[in-house]
Design a protein around this ligand. Sequence first.
Ligand code: FE2
Ligand code: FE2
Length: 437
Amino acid sequence: MLPCPSLSRSGLHARRRTRGALRVHAVAAPIIPGKGECPLYRDRTGKLIPAMCADYGFRSGAGRLYQESYGEVPKDVWQLAKDNYRHELEQLRRAVRYPPSDVRQPSHPVAKALHTANGVVGAALASLDKALEEARVLPELQPPPVRSALETQEFKEIRARLDQLRLDADDVIAVERERIATGGGDMESPLWVKAPFYALCWLLDIMYDNKPIEKFWVLETVARIPYFAYISILHLYESLGFWRAGAELRKIHFAEEWNEMHHLQIMESLGGDRAWMDRFIAEHSAVFYYWVLILFYLVSPRMAYNFMQRVELHAADTYTAFLQRNAAVLESIPPPMVALQYYYSEDLYLFDEFQTASRGAPPRRPRCETLLDVFKNIRDDEMEHVKTMIACQNSTIAKDIAAASASSSSSPSPSATELPAPATPPKRAAASTVVEE
Ligand SMILES: [Fe+2]
Ligand SMILES: [Fe+2]
C-alpha cells in the first residue's frame, strides 16, 4: 500500500494550492480542466469546489453518466452485446493472468476460504488461458495498460486514502440495535420476507468482508432493481387496464431509481467495480433479483414495500456505521464529479420527487464539498427511501401526492425563485479513468 500523507484538510488545501493555474469560466456547472489540471465545480452560489482529480472506476465514456455520448441513443443490441463481451473477455483473461496485487485479505473464516478457492480457480483458468493462447484458439493477451501517465501524485494519495476505508459488520449490527432500542422496536415483517433479507445480508457480509466500496457498489447495483420492478408492474397494469391509479407512484419510483443510480455512479467513480468477479456477480444477481421482485409485487405490493423498507433501513445503518468509522479519512478526500453534478444539479424535480414523506419541510439542498458530505447525503437519501416505503405500505402515499399537487399549484417552485437559470449538462471529456482488474 502506498504511504498515506496527513489526513487533515490542511494537507488537501495545500494540494489544491499546488494544482497550478486553473482557468475559471463564468459557468454555473463543472469547469473542464486543462491539461494537468484537476476539475472544479461551481455551485449554485458561485463557490468553486475542487472535485476528485481522477476516476477510479472500470468504465468510461458511454458506460458512465455525464461522460461522452451522454444522452445519445444506443447502438443495436447485437453490437452492444458483442462490444461488451469482447471487452469483458479481455478483462476476464487479464483478471486471471495478471491478478491485482493490492487485494485486501478478508478476516472472516468463510471469506478466507472463498478467497483461497478463488485463487486456486484463478490459477487454473490462467493456465487454461495460456494453453489456449499457445494453441492460437485465443489471441495473444496484452498486459494491462501502463498507467504511469494517469498516476499523478494526487491520484496515488487519494487511492491510498480510499484503501484505508473500513466497514465492520459488527459496527452495522451495533447501529441497527441502537436504532431499534431508541426508535421503538424493530419493524414488523412475516418470516418469508425476513428470511431472504437476512440471507442476502449474511452473504454480502462474507463476500465483501474488508472491501467497503466494492460492497457498496454491489449493493447499489441491486438497490435500484426493486423500483424498476415496481415500475414494470405498474406499467403492465396500466397497459392491461387493470389499474391506472399508479401513474403518480410510478413517477416516485422512477425518482428513487434515479437517485440510486447516482449512488451507484459515485461508487463506480471510487473504484467499486474494478474487479471482474464483482461485476459478474452484481450484474447477474441484479437480473435474478428483478424477477424475484416482480413476483413479490404481483403477489403482495405491500409486502414488496415492506421488504424494501428493510433493505433501505439496512442501507442507512450500513452507511451510518461507515461514516462513524471513517469520518476523518472521508473528510480529507474531494467529492467525485458525479456527486457534485447530482447534489448540485439544476434538475431539482427528480431530487425532490422521491422525498415524499418530507414534503412541507424546506427542500433538502445538501452540502457536497468532501467525500464525507457525499456519504452523509447518500445515508440521508436512504432514510428518505425508508419513509417513502413506509408511506407506500400505509397508503399515505396518496395523501402525500395530493398534498404535493396542492402545494405545487399554490406556490412557485424553489428552482424558479431561489436558484439560477438551469444550465444544460455539459458534454465533458472523459476524466482520467483507470481500467484495472
Ligand atoms: Fe442507495
Ligand atoms: Fe436505497
